[in-house]
Unconditional design. Structure first.
Length: 294
């Protein structure tokens, strides 16, 4: 048996679910998990179907045979082989908590991805990365060399067939060109609960405002800085007795968890971009462990 995930987006209309389930049944497939959502405002329909092919049908055959139903309902769709790990490039600057968390989850199998490399504009985490037998790429970025630095980054992306870039506290702004080229395939962690407290020091801003909740936001990167569709957010409660350094420490824990959950949703094809928003289907009861181990 082979396991697959089918993702579908189309206009909301009668008969879509029936067409999908009928096709899979005709191909000797058994649905193991299904999530769907109708956006009444945009009129769009989103669906994620996990299934096993009891006859071992290959991905190409499934895709080719689905052209009929897809054309009839105007579907944008893709079949994903669950055994294939997504090729991911991590990027980091001088704060390594998110990088270390992702590397640990990857090492124990909780994040089934293929890390093709780590890019940094500094050397702080070179040894950590190399010790994991992962290629480390140092690309310094200055005002004067940004085009050259971006070209080196694009070469790494192209040469390694990168499917997802994860900005694990990478503190450089990516060009509009890269954002468009990798649209929907770059995830950033922002150290604040967007859209509040943007900028370089949101925890200081939060401290000065006396907030009682701080948080982090993982979102897809667009050409508009920190304005991309939000995938995941979380909060931590704090009190008046804690100072700005406590905010930073607590915030870093939240950032690591939020980024990991966002990456997890993306690599398992549970996240759909819906205009300026996202549709994120949660793991169904009992499915998280099987997803986690790939």
């Amino acid at each position: 048996m082979k396991s697959y995930v089918l993702t579908v987006t189309c206009d909301s209309q009668r008969g879509v679910v029936a067409a999908i389930s009928t096709y899979l049944a005709e191909q000797g497939c058994n649905i193991t998990d299904s999530s769907q959502f109708d956006d009444m405002e945009t009129g769009l329909f989103f669906m994620r179907v996990a299934f096993v092919s009891e006859e071992g049908t290959d991905q190409e055959t499934l895709t080719r045979g689905f052209d009929g139903p897809a054309t009839e309902f105007g579907m944008s769709y893709q079949f994903h082989d669950s055994a294939e790990k997504m090729k991911v490039l991590l990027m980091v600057s001088r704060f390594g908590h998110c990088l270390n968390d992702l590397l640990y989850r990857w090492k124990i199998g909780a994040l089934p991805i293929e890390i093709v490399g780590v890019v940094s504009n500094h050397f702080e985490y070179q040894k950590v990365v190399v010790n994991h037998d992962i290629p480390f790429h140092h690309i310094p970025v200055t005002k004067d060399n940004k085009p050259e630095a971006e070209k080196k980054l694009l070469d790494i992306v192209t040469n390694n067939d990168v499917e997802l870039i994860v900005l694990a506290r990478y503190m450089q702004v990516l060009s509009d060109n890269l954002c468009k080229k990798m649209s929907g395939r770059i995830i950033n962690i922002h150290h604040s609960f967007l859209p509040s407290f943007k900028g370089a020091n949101p925890y200081r801003q939060a401290y000065e405002r006396g907030v009682k909740l701080i948080g982090a936001t993982a979102h897809y990167v667009t050409a508009d800085l920190d304005e991309g569709p939000i995938i995941e957010q979380d909060l931590a409660r704090i009190t008046h007795a804690q100072n700005s350094a406590d905010y930073v420490s607590i915030g870093r824990d939240v950032e690591s968890q939020v980024l990991a959950r966002a990456v997890h949703a993306h690599i398992h094809h549970r996240s759909f971009i819906n205009g300026n928003r996202t549709i994120v289907f949660p793991p169904s009861p009992g499915s998280y462990a099987s997803e986690r181990m790939g």
